[in-house]
Design a binder for this molecule. Sequence first.
Ligand SMILES: Cc1cc2nc3c(=O)[nH]c(=O)nc-3n(C[C@H](O)[C@H](O)[C@H](O)COP(=O)(O)OP(=O)(O)OC[C@H]3O[C@@H](n4cnc5c(N)ncnc54)[C@H](O)[C@@H]3O)c2cc1C
Length: 366
Amino acid sequence: MIDIIVIGAGIIGSTVFYELTKQVKNVHLFEKNKESGLEVTGHNSAIVHSGIDPHSNTLKAKYNLMGQAMYEEYAKELETPFKRVGALVVAKDFEECKHLDMLEERAKERHVHVVRYSNQEALSIEPNLNPNIVSVLDMPTTAIVDPTHLSSQAIKKGIINGGEAHFEETIVSIEPTLQYFEVQTNKGVYQARIVVNCAGLYADKMEALVGEATFNLRYRKGEYIVLSPQAPPVADRIIYPVPSPLGKGVLYVPTISGKALVGPNAVDVNDFIERPILDDSVNDMKDKMNQLLSNIPYELEIDRFVGFRPRVDNDDFVIHEHPSVPYFFTLAGIESPGIASAPAIARDITNTMILPGLKSRLLEHK
Ligand SMILES: Cc1cc2nc3c(=O)[nH]c(=O)nc-3n(C[C@H](O)[C@H](O)[C@H](O)COP(=O)(O)OP(=O)(O)OC[C@H]3O[C@@H](n4cnc5c(N)ncnc54)[C@H](O)[C@@H]3O)c2cc1C
């Protein structure tokens, strides 16, 4: 009998697996792909946000702030790169400055260090900013990581701790019984006391295998332009526009690998099938970026990619035990700031939900 099955080797499942293996030996991770981090975790901006963006009293705010505080140490523990490059939110006009005022206020409430700069001050630290911008908010704690590397390191270390990882093994059915779950994959049948569903874009389908689905996922696509590592950097920091209701907007992002990203856009879609990225949407992103930052060497574009954000109606993370199927835990709707939040979510739910659940399951059937 397996103690805990974790479904999905994205950054969420991998870090949950790692945290669990620190305290329980008999933990198994199942991933349908041949490697970790090939889905949402491998297709995003890879930013450890400062924590001032999510609305107050949300799981996104709670875990982003906790994650930001613990990330540097966590990255050391996992031997994965972490770089505190900082970020600027750029206001193009006086109306947008009101949003910077609000973010500044929120940063104060959340004890996040930020600095407000005028146009002149901002241009002196990032000379390629568009000279017409009005003001910026500097968020020096913002960092970048490589979420795919982080996930594979978490799994490696989880295996060293005694856990087991199964790749190219897809969960196809889960039958709850009184004492355990009977979990069927494309390769075999397993019995587990606890199941933790971290299936990303498929998390609603996994929950529906055991009982009534408590949420439906929707998808928001985000496309990117990738610039060669040979492209001269046009900014040292991440450059954000003032966010809109659709999200953080089109950014300029230096990455750990030395490539720079321009993107993502945000388009609600009915599925997560990858389609070619059209020049029209690339041109639209370039137009948006040009309002913030000049001299981007688009001729050194080497790639384009798309990521899909799994979303739920209230725009927050879903982290719960199924209301009518005890011991089945779901972590879903983990869109941004999921990378920034992952270590905090993993550590917190391990200690407050999953391990107490395992203890109670073992006591019930002593
Ligand atoms: C465009 C975009 C930009 C973003 N930018 C940022 C950012 O800058 N900062 C930030 O903090 N967050 C960002 N995010 C959010 C972040 O990428 C996600 O929160 C995070 O990657 C979610 O990880 P996950 O483990 O939940 O999902 P995934 O990485 O999708 O992992 C789920 C895994 O489950 C596996 N799986 C599914 N079904 C099964 C099954 N039946 N059997 C076995 N395995 C299964 C899948 O193969 C997959 O590997 C962004 C997201 C997008 C799309």
